[in-house]
Design a protein around this ligand. Structure first.
Ligand SMILES: NC(=O)c1ccc[n+]([C@@H]2O[C@H](COP(=O)([O-])OP(=O)(O)OC[C@H]3O[C@@H](n4cnc5c(N)ncnc54)[C@H](OP(=O)(O)O)[C@@H]3O)[C@@H](O)[C@H]2O)c1
Length: 338
C-alpha cells in the first residue's frame, strides 16, 4: 500500500464535504493501493466549528502545513492568496485539484503552463459534480466546436424561477440568500460574473487556449423586472441566464446574458438550482449534460473524482492546444435577449 499525504486548502462548504467524501471512499482508495493521510487542513480560523465526517482532522493557519503533502486540494475562493498557495505547490511539482473558477478565469496567465503539463485538475470548477470539463478535454475534443450554450449559475436560475412564479427580484434574491445559494454581497452571482468565470474556463477548453476573461461580454439579472419575466411565461416562454460561445464573423465570441427561451428548449428544462450545458460539435452533433451545479457534496464529488483520476494515472485537464477554426456557413442558435 502506497502512503499518500493529502493537503487541503479550505475547510468551508466544499472543503468539509470533501473531507466527508474522502472518509466515505477510504476503502476505494485502499483497493486502488493507497493509504490516505491528511496534512492539517489550511484555513483562516483553525478554531472555527466545522461539520464533517473524518476522524482526527487538525486545522492550521500556517501554509507550511502543505509542505508534507503529495497532492493538494485547493478549495478556497478568491484570486490572490489562493494563487500564491497554488503556485508554491505547482512549482514544487505537485498536482493540484481546484474548484476555484475565479482564479482559473482571472489568473490563467500564471496557471496555464501547469494546465498544459497536466498538473491541474478542475472538473469541479464548472457545473460542480456534473462532468463537463473532463468530456470536453477528452472524448468531445475529437469534434471541432460549432457552438456551446450553458446555464451555469444555480443562484440566478433559482432567482429567475421564483420570479417566473410571481416573486419580485428583491424578494427572490433574499430567498436565495436565506437558502445559502447567493453570496452576500451577491454581485458575483447576479451580476453574471460567476457564470462568466465558468464560461471563460469552457472557452479555453473548447475554442481558444488563450481566451481572455476581459473579452467576455457579461450582463447579469440585476434589476430585471418581474413583469417582463412573467409576460414571457404567459407567452409560453422561460427566462434564463445563458452563457454562449459562438462564431462571430472570423472570431469566437463568449457572452453571458438573460434570454427568453421556448419552454420546450433543452436549456429551459434546468429546474431551480440545476445547470445544463449544450455542446454542438462538427462530428459528435449536439450533446446535452444536466445536473447539480453547486452545493458542498455535489462539488466534492468532482473534487474526489479528480483525485481518483489522478491516482489512476489520468493527466490533469489540458486546454485546447490551438484555436478552433471558426466554422464558415454555420449559424449558431440566436436567443432573444431580455
Ligand atoms: N459552494 C459551492 O457550491 C461551490 C461550487 C463549485 C465551486 N465552488 C468554489 O469552491 C471554492 C470554495 O468554496 P466554498 O463554498 O467552500 O467557500 P467557503 O465555504 O467560504 O470556504 C472557504 C474556505 O477557505 C478558507 N480560507 C479563506 N481564506 C483563506 C486564507 N487566506 N488562508 C487559508 N484559508 C482560507 C476558509 O477558512 P475559514 O473556514 O477559517 O474561514 C474556508 O474554510 C470557491 O472557489 C468556490 O467558488 C464552490
Amino acid at each position: 500500500m502506497k502512503r499518500l499525504n493529502i493537503g487541503i486548502i479550505g475547510g468551508g462548504t466544499v472543503g468539509s464535504s470533501a473531507l466527508s467524501l474522502l472518509w466515505k471512499r477510504k476503502a476505494l482508495f485502499e483497493h486502488m493501493g493507497f493509504d490516505l493521510h491528511l496534512s492539517p487542513v489550511l484555513v483562516r480560523d483553525p478554531n472555527k466549528t466545522r461539520e464533517f465526517e473524518y476522524p482526527n482532522v487538525t486545522f492550521s493557519d500556517d501554509p507550511a502545513v502543505l509542505e508534507q503533502a503529495d497532492i493538494v486540494l485547493a478549495l478556497m475562493g478568491g484570486t490572490t492568496k489562493v494563487l500564491e498557495f497554488m503556485l508554491g505547490q505547482l512549482k514544487a511539482g505537485k498536482p493540484i485539484i481546484t474548484a476555484n473558477k475565479a482564479v482559473l478565469a482571472e489568473r490563467w496567465d500564471a496557471l496555464k503552463p501547469y494546465s498544459e503539463n497536466g498538473q491541474l485538475y478542475f472538473e469541479s470548477s464548472v457545473m460542480a459534480g456534473t462532468p463537463v470539463i473532463g468530456p470536453l478535454c477528452g472524448t468531445l475534443r475529437s469534434s471541432d466546436t460549432l457552438e456551446l450554450h450553458a446555464i451555469l449559475s444555480g443562484t440566478c436560475n433559482y432567482i429567475l424561477t421564483r420570479m417566473e412564479a410571481g416573486a419580485s427580484y428583491d424578494d427572490a434574491l433574499i430567498e436565495a440568500q436565506d437558502l445559502g445559494y447567493a453570496e452576500d454581497p451577491p454581485t458575483l452571482d447576479v451580476g453574471g460574473f460567476d457564470a462568466a468565470h465558468k464560461l471563460c474556463v469552457l472557452a479555453r477548453m473548447t475554442v481558444d487556449p488563450d481566451f481572455a476573461f476581459a473579452k467576455l461580454e457579461v450582463k447579469g439579472i440585476e434589476g430585471l423586472s418581474s413583469e417582463r419575466v412573467q409576460t414571457a411565461v404567459k407567452n409560453g416562454k422561460r427566462v434564463k441566464l445563458v452563457g454562449s460561445i459562438v462564431p462571430n464573423g472570423s472570431e469566437w465570441q463568449a457572452k453571458v446574458r438573460p434570454v427568453i427561451l421556448d419552454a420546450d428548449h433543452p436549456l429551459a428544462q434546468a429546474a431551480s438550482s440545476r445547470n445544463t450545458l449544450l455542446f454542438n460539435g462538427d462530428a459528435c452533433g449536439t450533446v446535452i449534460v444536466q445536473g447539480g451545479g453547486a452545493g458542498g457534496m455535489v462539488t466534492a464529488s468532482a473534487v474526489i473524482g479528480d483525485l481518483i483520476d489522478h491516482l489512476a494515472g489520468v493527466s490533469g485537464h489540458k486546454p485546447r492546444p490551438e484555436v478552433t477554426k471558426v466554422p464558415v456557413g454555420f449559424y449558431a442558435e440566436v436567443f432573444e435577449e431580455i
